[in-house]
Design a protein around this ligand. Structure first.
Ligand SMILES: *[C@@H]1O[C@H](CO)[C@@H](O)[C@H](O)[C@H]1NC(C)=O
Length: 132
């Protein structure tokens, strides 16, 4: 009796933990236009974040699957510095003021040549993306 109770308790723990584990979506990988080392061959561009207006001086973000998990712009040299963005066809991204995808957000679906138009210039520090 004791033995079977112990086994039941063990199986129950395994069941509960396996049903609650959920792997978070992967963050995007950054590259610069013209860089020698690009993303892996099956990755596609999902988003571009640019220091200047009109899609100039950009980081190109690629991923192999959607959704794209929280990606830290500040950790990639774009601390409160993004002024224009493009999400790829079929992709919508959300910019956030914090580095961890919290705080004030701005949905981007397509091209925004000047983020000051939507009151979001030089304040983004992270983003996530999903299908549009
Ligand atoms: C993004 O834009 C496309 C094309 O205009 C539209 O079909 C889609 O519903 C939009 N998605 C979001 C999240 O706004």
């Amino acid at each position: 009796m004791f033995k079977s109770l112990t086994l039941f308790a063990f199986l129950n723990v395994v069941f509960v933990s396996s049903s609650t584990i959920r792997s978070p979506a992967a963050a995007a990988v950054a590259s610069k236009a013209g860089a020698d080392i690009g993303p892996s061959p099956d990755a596609v561009t999902v988003f571009e974040t640019c220091i200047n207006v009109n899609i100039d001086d950009c980081l190109i973000w690629s991923a192999t699957t959607l959704p794209v998990g929280c990606t830290n712009l500040a950790a990639n040299g774009q601390t409160s510095d993004v002024s224009s963005v493009i999400s790829s066809a079929g992709v919508a991204c959300t910019l956030f003021t914090s580095t961890t995808c919290t705080g004030t957000s701005q949905i981007i679906n397509g091209t925004v040549n000047d983020l000051s138009v939507v009151g979001y210039n030089d304040i983004a520090n992270s983003f996530s993306c999903d299908s549009d």
